[in-house]
Design a protein. Structure first.
Lengths: 304, 309
């Protein structure tokens, strides 16, 4: 709020009348996009799979036939059977139950990390783009240095230094992930702030904060949404990769990447321990990619 | 051109310095130390022993001094003794491992570029026909499925179901190279294929291609000489990120196929808080990637004469 004058902080603002037009246009943009999305079969399949995964993740404790930590040493390394549909692992734990809880970790990391990334990246990018000048130069330089670092390298470094755990994964993904979205937002704000309608809003007395939040950011939403839909699978991939090498989720909490990593050396003898979590990761990533491609094409048909 | 190259080469110095500094700070600012192993079953050390070890490795000095000592030595190519492999210097370890990773990475990159461009061209020429769908499917699989997951599927398929290739290991026999190379290449290949396809589709519709066809040129030379040449330009920009993808991808591929390259040391040094090793590995990767980005930029100007530096 530091940018706004006291007068423009009140709800009556002539420039808001102008905002009515773009708002109407935006809502029909979203409606059009939704219609286009529903016409894209792959995107619908991806979206439905994602919805199912979310359902499994939320109701993991109801759906899982057994506890994910319950060891049963009388039943270790059981091949898939009626009692254990996907078999049991080296401690006799039910693989199906562990995979159901693994969905929870994946979805939590995928969605949660994007919340952090948006909360950090959008304000920083918008501020840099809108204020310009020294703040902008500082921000762009910093973003360039962050880009020079291979991201996965940096995430692995942070995770091995902080130690494994869900909270640390959020920290690592948040610290490295906001850069892309900040860059995106900055570019949009830079472009939009020169538009006539923004100038019109300013001429009618709206300033600073209000211009940014009411007039510029709503129009910058499309590329941000697209970048979020691709950020989710990237975060899920990163968590799986980290857990695969043992610096991701802490056992006994199950994660698909961790299950693949722990059991890859037994691939020949107990293939199912590796193959089922691998399938889960592949299906999740593919669904998000199909859905993301669909969202991008629906929001911006020109890009196809 | 020469000036641009020199300028960019000089830029490598501050970039590497920044990387070294950030890595150094992250290592030292986070809780924990190499002397106080948190790993299960590690021997707890008495405070005196910890103090002696800190002195021996120079870890008791103030941070800025440690950093400048490191820089001074690193400039002479001396990265110190590994904390984990106590009898070997970092340099010895890396000179053994780097060539292996380089071979694997180069093979993967060549496969990714040739395979990706071929798939992309096929998809663009046979738009919305079965070739297109096949190559888009391969590209999507490569892009979205993590390479360690692909590795599991490939091992199951080509080592167990059809016993053609070994499950892992490394040697002079090329049969060891096939699965790791394919696994590492599929992701970048998918990215290149997608990019080539969309770039080709755009060029195919352009006026000068219509002219080329109108003057009676056969389809093959139109595609190979006229379209591909221009469609390649945006693909070259991808090479920079691709080097990074192949580099970081190799940690996983090397670990799953037991390839004795840098990937193994990378992860081990991180989890073991092997400070000298971490610094060396990150600078080697970072420096290599920055250098490759420079090469790609120069190549870009070479391929597209419209670009001037």
């Amino acid at each position: 709020m530091a940018l706004s004058t006291p007068a423009s902080g009140t709800s009556l603002d002539a420039a808001d009348l102008l905002a009515v037009a773009p708002t109407a246009a935006t809502s029909s943009l979203w409606r059009d996009a939704w219609r286009r999305l529903l016409h894209n079969k792959l995107a619908v399949v991806g979206g439905v799979t994602v919805a199912c995964l979310c359902f499994v993740a939320i109701f993991a404790n109801v759906l899982a036939p057994q506890s994910y930590t319950k060891a049963n040493f009388g039943n270790i390394y059981q091949f898939p059977s009626r009692e254990f549909p996907l078999g049991t692992d080296q401690l006799g734990r039910d693989v199906l139950s562990r995979m159901i809880y693994g969905a929870r970790v994946s979805m939590l990391v995928g969605l949660g990390s994007q919340v952090i990334v948006v909360l950090l990246g959008v304000p920083l990018g918008a501020a840099a783009g809108y204020l310009g000048g020294r703040a902008d130069i500082l921000m762009t330089r910093f973003i360039d240095v962050m880009y020079a670092f291979p991201r996965l390298l940096f995430v692995i470094l942070i995770m091995s230094m902080l130690g494994a755990g869900l909270v640390n994964i959020f920290i690592a993904l948040g610290l490295t992930g906001w850069v892309g979205i900040a860059r995106q937002t900055r570019a949009q704000v830079l472009m939009l702030k020169e538009k006539e309608y923004v100038e019109g809003a300013r001429a009618l007395g709206a300033r600073g904060w209000r211009v940014l939040t009411r007039h510029i950011l709503p129009s910058a939403l499309t590329p941000i949404v697209v970048s979020i839909t691709f950020g989710i699978p990237e975060a899920i991939f990163t968590e799986a990769a980290l857990s695969f090498i043992g610096v991701g989720i802490n056992p006994p909490t199950p994660s698909w990447g961790q299950m693949v990593g722990e059991n890859q050396q037994f691939l020949r003898s107990y293939w199912y321990l590796c193959v089922f979590p691998s399938i889960a990761i592949a299906v999740t990533m593919l669904s998000f990619t199909f859905f993301g491609d669909g969202v991008r094409d629906a929001l911006d048909p020109k890009m196809k | 051109m020469l000036q641009f190259t020199l300028q960019r080469l000089l830029w490598l110095i501050p970039t590497l310095l920044m990387m070294a500094l950030v890595t150094f700070l992250v290592m030292h600012a986070t809780p924990g130390s190499p002397l106080d192993p948190v790993a299960e079953g590690a021997n707890p050390l008495s405070p005196e022993a910890q103090k002696n070890l800190a002195e021996a490795y120079g870890l008791d000095k103030p941070l800025w001094e440690q950093f400048s000592i490191f820089l001074g030595k690193a400039l002479h190519g001396d990265f110190g003794q590994s904390f984990v492999y106590k009898t070997r210097t970092v340099r010895e370890i890396l000179t053994g491992a780097f060539p292996v990773s380089l071979l694997l990475g180069s093979m993967a990159l060549v496969l990714a570029v040739t395979g990706g461009v071929t798939l992309g061209v096929l998809a663009a020429v046979y738009q919305n026909r079965s070739w297109d769908y096949a190559s888009v499917t391969i590209a999507t699989l490569g892009v979205s499925v993590p390479n360690f997951v692909l590795a599991v599927f490939l091992i199951v398929l080509f080592s167990f179901v059809l016993p053609v290739f070994p499950t892992g290991g490394w040697g002079d026999d090329p049969k060891f190279w096939v699965l790791p190379t394919v696994t590492l290449a599929l992701g970048p290949m998918g990215i290149i294929a997608r990019f080539t396809r969309s770039s080709m589709v755009e060029v195919i519709r352009s006026d000068y291609i219509r002219t080329a066809r109108a003057k009676g040129l056969a389809e093959a030379p139109v595609i190979l000489k006229h379209v591909l040449k221009n469609a390649c330009i945006p693909v070259v920009t991808l090479l920079g990120p691709l080097f990074a993808a192949v580099g970081t991808g190799s940690f996983f591929v090397e670990s799953i196929f037991r390839v004795p390259g840098m990937g193994r040391f990378f992860v081990e040094s991180m989890t073991g808080r092997d400070y000298p090793m971490i610094m060396a590995v990150i600078l080697l990767y970072g420096g290599f990637l920055a250098l490759m980005n420079l090469v790609v930029d120069l190549l870009y100007g070479f391929i597209d004469p419209r670009i001037r530096y």
